[in-house]
Design a protein around this ligand. Structure first.
Ligand code: C2E
Ligand code: MG
Ligand code: MG
Ligand code: MG
Length: 280
C-alpha cells in the first residue's frame, strides 16, 4: 500500500528519524514500566523565607532512575508521559510520595513546613482531581495546609472555565495554590485576580535578568508589587547568586528557591542540611 511505501521511503531516506522513532518507542515502553518497577523518585529543593533565612518549604521534583541511562530529569520524560496519557499515574504517585515524605520528616524531628507538588495540565482537567488529592491527604495524614500545588498560567488559561472550579475545590480542602513560572505565560491579570491563589513564583528567567542589565530587575519588581497588591506571597525561582538574593530581599520578595540555597536533593540529604538549627 501507499502507506507501507511511505514507511519504507521514510526508513530509507531518514535513518536518523527512524532511529529516534525507535528510541521514542523504547522510552515509552520503559516509562510505562517505570512506575510499576519503582524507578521513579522524588528530590526536594528548599524554599527559604528571605527575611529570616528559615526553611519555608520544599518543592517536590520527580526523577527517573533509568536502568541504563541513569538519573533522568523531568524534562526528558514528563512531556512524553503527557502525550502517552500516563501523567496522571505519575502525578498521583509523586503526590503520595511527597505527602508520605512529609510525615516521615515529622517523625524524624525535621520540621518542613510545606511541600509543593507540580501538577500537569491533564491532571487539572480531570474531574477526579479534587477527590484524589483529598484521598491522599486522608491516607497519609498530612495536614492540608502543608500541601501546595503548583500550576502554570498557561495550564490555567487553557482551561479557564474549569480551572476556577478545580482551584476552588482544591482550596476548599485547605491546600494552597501557587502559579509556577509566573510572567512567562499569557494570562489576563483580570482573570488571575479572580482565582483563589496563595503564591506567585517569579520565573527563573526574570531572576537571571536581575544582575544582567540596569533595568534587569524591572519584571521581578513588578511581580513582587503585583503579588503584594493581590495579597499573595511571592517566591523567586532559580536564585543562583548572592546579588540576586540581595535584590529580592531588598524588594520584599517573600521566599527564594535556587541553587544558592540548595539544589534539589534526596530526602535524606535535606535532613543533613536542615536537620539541626537552620541558619539565619
Ligand atoms: P519547575 O516546577 O519550574 O521547577 C524548577 C526547575 O528549576 C527544576 O528543574 C529545578 O531543579 C530547577 N532549578 C531550581 N533552582 C535552580 C537554579 O538555581 N538554577 C537552575 N538553572 N535551575 C534551577 P527540574 O527538576 O528539572 O524540573 C523541570 C520541570 O519539570 C519543573 O519545572 C516542572 O515543570 C516539571 N516537573 C518536575 N516534577 C514534576 C512532577 O512531579 N509533575 C509534573 N507534572 N511536572 C514536574
Ligand atoms: Mg514547579
Ligand atoms: Mg517554575
Ligand atoms: Mg519551569
Amino acid at each position: 500500500t501507499a502507506k507501507e511505501m511511505g514507511r519504507n521511503t521514510y526508513q530509507y531516506y531518514e535513518p536518523d528519524l527512524t532511529a529516534s522513532a525507535f528510541d521514542r518507542l523504547r522510552l515509552e515502553n520503559d516509562l510505562r514500566a517505570a512506575v510499576r518497577r519503582g524507578e521513579l523518585l522524588v528530590h526536594y529543593q528548599p524554599q527559604i523565607q528571605l527575611s529570616t533565612g528559615r526553611l519555608a518549604g520544599v518543592e517536590a521534583l520527580v526523577r527517573w532512575q533509568h536502568p541504563e541511562q541513569g538519573l533522568l530529569a523531568p524534562g526528558c520524560f514528563i512531556s512524553v508521559a503527557e502525550e502517552m496519557g500516563i501523567i496522571d499515574e505519575i502525578g498521583v504517585w509523586v503526590l503520595r510520595a511527597a505527602c508520605v515524605q512529609m510525615m516521615d520528616w515529622d517523625a524524624s524531628g525535621l520540621s518542613v513546613p510545606r511541600v509543593a507538588v507540580n501538577l500537569s495540565a491533564q491532571q487539572l482537567g480531570r474531574d477526579s482531581l479534587v477527590g484524589q488529592v483529598s484521598d491522599i491527604l486522608e491516607e497519609t495524614g498530612l495536614a492540608p495546609a502543608r500541601l501546595e500545588l503548583e500550576l502554570t498560567e498557561s495550564m490555567i488559561m487553557q482551561r479557564a472555565d474549569r480551572a476556577i472550579d478545580a482551584l476552588r475545590g482544591l482550596r476548599a480542602l485547605g491546600i494552597a495554590i501557587a502559579v509556577d513560572d509566573f510572567g512567562t505565560g499569557y494570562s489576563s491579570l483580570g482573570y488571575i485576580r479572580q482565582l483563589p491563589l496563595n503564591r506567585l513564583k517569579i520565573d527563573a528567567s526574570f531572576v537571571q535578568d536581575l544582575d544582567a542589565a540596569e533595568d534587569g530587575g524591572m519584571i521581578a519588581r513588578a511581580i513582587i508589587g503585583l503579588g503584594k497588591s493581590l495579597g499573595l506571597e511571592v517566591i523567586a525561582e532559580g536564585v543562583e547568586r548572592e546579588a540576586q538574593n540581595a535584590f529580592l530581599r531588598r524588594e520584599g520578595c517573600d521566599i527564594g528557591q535556587g541553587y544558592l540555597y540548595g539544589r534539589p536533593m534526596p530526602a535524606a540529604d535535606l535532613c543533613a542540611s536542615w536537620g539541626s538549627s537552620p541558619a539565619g
